[in-house]
Ligand binder design. Sequence first.
Ligand SMILES: Nc1ncnc2c1ncn2[C@@H]1O[C@H](COP(=O)(O)OP(=O)(O)O)[C@@H](O)[C@H]1O
Ligand SMILES: [Mg+2]
Length: 392
Amino acid sequence: MTVNAPKLDMDRIIDDRRTRIIVCCGSGGVGKTTAAAAIGLRAAERGRQACVLTVDPARRLAQSMGLTSLDNTPRQVDGVDTSGGGSLHAMMLDMKRTFDEIVEAHADPDRAAQILANPFYQSLSSSFAGTQEYMAMEKLGQLRHSDEWDLIVVDTPPSRSALDFLDAPQRLGRFLDGRLIRLLTVPAKAGMSYMKVLNAGFAVMTSALTKILGTQVLKDAQTFVTAFDTMFGGFRERAEWTYRLLQAPGTAFLVVAAPEADALREASYFVERLAAERMPLAGLILNRVHVSPAARLSAARSLAAAETLDLHDRPDGGDGGNGTGPRYGLAAAVLRMHAERMNLGKRERRLAEHFTSAHPAVPVAEVVAQPEDVHDLDGLRVIGTILSQQHA
Ligand SMILES: Nc1ncnc2c1ncn2[C@@H]1O[C@H](COP(=O)(O)OP(=O)(O)O)[C@@H](O)[C@H]1O
Ligand SMILES: [Mg+2]
């Protein structure tokens, strides 16, 4: 399948020293983690000091990249060809650990301990919708800030929607200094002058919240917010810094999609959103496309041939009733499979063309579906090579 769109030139992006961050985003299961790892490996083997920040690598892929220690810092990956002077580090995001580290870095030890032990914090840091996206951004900011790598390739969390990665930080930020949480804080800061005015209404509000959340949860939340108060500014500042980083010309967003209606629709939204945020889109990776090795034999002719073979296999037509069974059964099955693939390929092409006609300027790279999962460096190299040979 080749869609009618400009070709993505992956090596130009990788080799351009001004590229400092590559972000792979897209909806769930389309190949973000695979693409990020493949690009990081290729960049390292082309001489860059690359670091891959993965979020949810499959176990075998994680093992092959040495992502077994969970200390939330990048580790050098073995088995990488470093003869070009490059290197590859990789890490797997530990969302809770990242959150804990922020608390430890920004609060004095007593207060940090108090926050970390707070049940409200514990549930926020391990399960709040958006925490993973927020922490991915936070970690990206940290890695970029350290300036140890000249290229950081970011994989994004397995959200249903690709947009979550961009929305979550603001959502969490809004939550942290939003109205609800300020309401919760007030009783803990009783004595402020405006309390008198608010008091009557507030008692009603608090009792309603207590009914809904339970006394203990409410108390935990209040304690947490009070302890956390001093850190709000830091959180927002860093989120804004990372946000600006994502808008900088050294960043390249790659939207990954499978050639399926839902994934491509999601990719379309994301492309529009990036434009609205003035974030630099490098292209679309159309992953797991199906091609047939005998593309010149059409589905229709293939099916017709299969039917002819079936005719020969009838008891009165094929084996002469000598009991040897269908002679052409295998050939007919292969022809049918070929026809199916051709039809699938056609469908995928139609879907992809729908995307490219809406976004004609977006460069596209197509990656054929591999016969098996991508679970080691060799598999990643194959994907990297395909990504970079879109001109042929
Ligand atoms: N081009 C491909 N051919 C075959 N398998 C692929 C391909 N791309 C990804 N996969 C496999 O699909 C699964 C999902 O890929 P993954 O990168 O984890 O997706 P995501 O990070 O978007 O959820 C993995 O098992 C991966 O090995
Ligand atoms: Mg993933």
